[in-house]
Design a binder for this molecule. Structure first.
Ligand code: F6R
Length: 616
């Protein structure tokens, strides 16, 4: 949550910082601020609202300065208002900070500072931190680098921070614990960029350092970046990486919204996920991180999957995949529950953590817990170099490319793809899938991108259906087997971007309660593909029809039975049951997208949400 951008160099800081904030708005968008200095004057602008509101506030004012810090916020401590917006300034007016994370002991620290006559303008933990740094500097008569390091040893919680002293505008101190931060390095150290991810500076440099937890970096014009451990001040050799990201990947590319672009990127994203792994000609699946740990997977007593939100739904699909194809027992856990309920974890357990962002605080904590109890932890992440990717023992990236729309789409289908590849491989090695079955699955997986492409052609049909139901106050989603998690995911998509109340259920559970909700005004989305419990789902559809519910059915191409009963049908191409979620998800993503657009909702930045949930 929250996005940080900083610039120090020879260019004007403002355009870089403000454009960077717009790219990071997916991380939080309830208030924003920027501070700029040219060494003489210091200008601070903050406002409740989005980065576009901040731009308006700044518009008539000075934007001078080659040093700037900006912040886009997802409120934790204190409501979204001008005062609580970052950057925050210390009592003397000398020190400035932007912060992503939570300082958990801020209350104790605040009381100590108030006892020393510090005053506070905001309700934030961040203002406490910058005054703590100021107090430490005063007490120890030390430079800023030392003061930040000492102050952070007293802070409990999570942070990515950037700090500078207005009287020394040639230096920024950056530090991280639990929240991501990247530093871009310009040619000859003539300029530096700081950001929560590398997107704000990719057009300026490809050289970047991602700080690890408990590291602090000192950035000074004309000097090599220095990195130190916060706990003992020891030096660390900075690991300068070459960024693979390009500008095109983070722009809308002609689509109205990132979500729509990302829905349409799924054929290629799935292809990228299995590229080099699914070798259809040779009939094999090659995955280094699985191959290198194959005994652990094959001897696993069970697999525990930890994740949140959409990633948790991908985990539920994986439960069907691993149990069905590889006969390995699976438990799927909300990371937030797992971490706090003293779970039984045995040495032979394999834990799979799934996360698009790789930064989700609950998932990260669940991984740490599992590792501390001796489990082998495998990560399925999208963001390369993210905290979860680094914290897990090993893992497989989804290679979906940046997902910017807050509602997860291509992350879901690519997570399922990775998990399906693993399940197939293990199924074959365990003898649960014969070679011919294995090869047939591999062939079918190689066709999935083109089948997703074909599925996307139903866009106009879905848009028409959306127009009919856009004002419905409630919606039910039903599915069975592999498509039960898809029903949950469809409901989540609708809730989060259109603010319509929606529930996902296993179709057969309907008669145990939810059926009471059905009347002529209730749209019910039913996934009724030919493979997998088709007849049973048809019966469930009849039950809805008898109660006058409106049925929107996702069916296999050529279906005639459901077509006769349902109010609307959306066809997807035929595939094996195990891969149906990769197709049936697509119309549900489009349905929520179109309904949200018709309701004038902010599709890419739904209210109260943020893309990267780095708080518990
Ligand atoms: C829903 C959505 C969220 C995320 C959840 C986990 O569309 O995006 O439910 O899936 O916050 O995030 P990651 O996958 O980054 O751990």
């Amino acid at each position: 949550m929250c996005g940080i951008v900083g610039y120090l160099g020879f260019r004007k800081a403002y355009p870089i910082v403000i454009n960077g904030l717009q790219r990071l708005e997916y991380r939080g968008y309830d208030s924003a601020g920027v501070i700029l200095t040219d060494g003489n004057q210091v200008n601070l602008y903050k406002t409740k609202g989005k980065v576009s509101d901040l731009k308006e506030v700044v518009s008539e004012n000075s934007i001078e300065g080659n040093l700037g810090l900006g912040h886009t916020r997802w409120a934790t401590h204190g409501i979204p208002n001008d005062e609580n917006s970052h950057p925050h300034v210390s009592n003397s007016g000398k020190l400035v900070i932007v912060h992503n994370g939570i300082i958990e002991n801020y209350n104790t620290l605040k009381k100590e500072l108030i006892a020393r006559d510090y005053t506070f303008k905001s309700d934030t933990d961040t203002e406490v931190l910058i005054n703590l740094i100021e107090e430490v500097q005063k007490r120890n008569n030390c430079n800023l680098e030392k003061a930040v390091q000492l102050a952070l040893t007293n802070a409990v919680g999570a942070y990515a921070i950037a700090v500078f002293d207005v009287s020394k505008p040639e230096e920024i101190i950056v530090a991280r614990l639990g929240s991501p931060i990247a530093i871009g390095i310009g040619a000859n150290n003539e300029e530096f960029f700081v950001a929560s991810d590398a997107s704000p500076f990719i057009e300026y440099t490809k050289d970047a350092v991602y700080l690890d937890d408990e590291e602090l970096a000192i950035i000074k014009i004309g000097e090599d970046i220095r990195v130190r451990k916060i706990q003992d001040n020891s030096e660390v050799e900075p690991n300068i990486q070459e960024l693979k990201l390009n500008l095109e990947q983070i722009e809308k590319g002609g689509y109205d919204h990132f979500m729509l672009k990302e829905i349409h990127e799924q054929p290629n994203a799935i292809l990228d996920t299995y590229r080099g792994r699914l070798l259809a000609n040779q009939g094999i699946i090659k995955m280094g991180s699985v191959d290198n740990n194959i005994a652990k997977f094959l001897n696993a007593n069970r697999i525990i999957i930890v994740a949140c939100g959409t990633s948790w739904h991908a985990g539920l699909v994986a439960e069907y995949l691993f149990e069905d194809l590889a006969r390995i027992p699976v438990e799927v856990e909300y990371a937030s529950e797992f971490r706090y309920r003293n779970p039984v974890i045995n040495k032979g357990d394999v834990v799979i953590a799934i996360s698009q962002s790789g930064e989700t605080a609950d998932t990260l904590a669940a991984i740490k817990l599992a590792k501390s109890q001796g489990a082998f932890v495998f990560g399925v992440c999208n963001v390369v170099g993210s905290s979860i990717a680094r914290e897990t023992d090993t893992g497989a990236y989804t290679h979906a490319g940046p997902e910017i729309g807050v509602a997860s789409t291509k992350a879901f289908t690519t997570q399922i793809t990775v998990l399906a590849l693993i399940a197939l491989k293990l199924g074959n090695l365990k003898g649960e899938l014969s070679n011919s079955q294995y090869h047939a699955y591999i062939q079918e997986m190689s066709l999935i991108p083109s089948k997703v492409e074909e599925t996307l052609k139903i866009n106009d049909i879905v848009e028409n259906i959306a127009a009919i139901y856009k004002d419905a106050p409630n919606c039910l989603y039903l599915g069975r087997g592999y498509n039960f998690p898809v029903a949950l995911e469809g409901a989540l998509k609708l809730k989060e971007i259109s603010y319509i109340h929606a529930e996902g259920y296993p179709a057969a559970e309907m008669k145990h309660g939810p059926i009471a909700l059905i009347d002529e005004s209730m749209p019910v989305v039913v996934i009724a593909t030919k493979k997998g419990h088709y007849d049973k789902v048809v019966s469930n559809i009849q039950e809805i029809k008898s109660r006058k519910g409106k049925i929107i059915a996702v069916v296999t191409k050529g279906d005639t039975i459901v077509k006769d009963i349902a109010d609307h049908t959306i066809e997807v191409p035929e595939t094996v049951e195990a891969f149906t979620p990769l197709l049936t998800t697509i119309p549900l993503q489009l349905l929520s997208y179109h309904i949200a657009v018709m309701r004038n909702c902010n599709v890419d930045q739904p209210r109260n949400l943020a893309k990267s949930v780095t708080v518990e």
